[in-house]
Ligand binder design. Sequence first.
Ligand code: CU
Length: 391
Amino acid sequence: MSRRSRNHWIDLRLQCFALPLYPGKLARMIQLSTRAVALMLIIFAGAVTADAATVRQTIGVKTGMQFVPPRFTAAPGDKIVIQFENPDEMAHNLQFVKPGKRMPVVTAALLLGPDGLNQGFIPKSPDILAASKLLNPGGKDQFEFTAPTKPGVYPYVCTFPGHGLVMYGALYVGTKMPALADDPNIPPQAKMVDSVTGAKKSFHAWGEKRPLMYRIFMPDAGPAAIAVALANNQAYCWDAGQCRLRYAWSGEFLDPWPVWRANGNGLAKVLGKIYWRGGESFPLRIGRAASPAVQFKGYRMLNGYPEFRYTVNRVEVSELIMSRPMGDGLVRKFTIGSTDSRVQFIADTGGGIDLSADKGEFKNGRLAIDARFGAELTITMARAAENGGAE
Ligand SMILES: [Cu+2]
């Protein structure tokens, strides 16, 4: 397909999107002009109010569902004019919301269900200060609003389904911005700056694609280590030699250069923050042995996620590890072959996570289930609040 015909196709799609949106847009224009009149009245009423400045801000999108820039500032009462541009390959919107209301608005957008597309995935919510329309690839939109008079951090977010967890930024109104690397109000990918030069790291051998599985020499693991990047900025290291999860981290994935530079003699560098490490013992026990015989049998890919297969005292086990839908942590789904032996999951952790299971209950860090006819067991490891995790 030529470039020209592709653009033409996008134009047609834009028109299809624009038509059903039109009444909503009209309503918003009326709403905005009503607001503008109200604001003028307020300004005239308080004749001593200093002139508000105008902040003109272009917000773009880059691959990996990131707003550019991830944050900016305004003074209370400033007029903010946003030029929103979407050069990405996916559709996006942009909404400014009240402090702490990013996830409620993201959830409200999901609850729009089949109506979502017609509404640009923008829910009706008093928590939304201003919103763009839904932009198809190549689209642009301009809108304006008045910065709130109350100082604070006002998030901006894309509520296209699946984007809101990672695609957001922060408008600082009358509030000092922390250093980029320490800013808790922007996505982890946005704060990856080189600690020495301050330059943004642009290295991504594999782009921003997740899930991603990578066989590479890893620190604190055997030579058969497997690193996996999951959705929601989660990652883990699985040791195929010992058939067990070694550690989990959040944030950016890996720097493989140390391995490549040393012709395979170095170790990859974990770029995110490791928040959990397994202990030395094997967590899944089948039978009485504290050190069960384990053997790796391979893996298969399920929608891009590896499912590991191994035996524990000759009983077949498979393990599929996914990220939690929200917050740091992993969800480990075990499928266990039938056995008359006692099956236990033993929390071999030094803390830092909260463990829960869909079957049975942890008592003193041990969970026992019946697997006479085979069993499925899902263990959720959620990064604990005292370990920097957030809900
Ligand atoms: Cu988006």
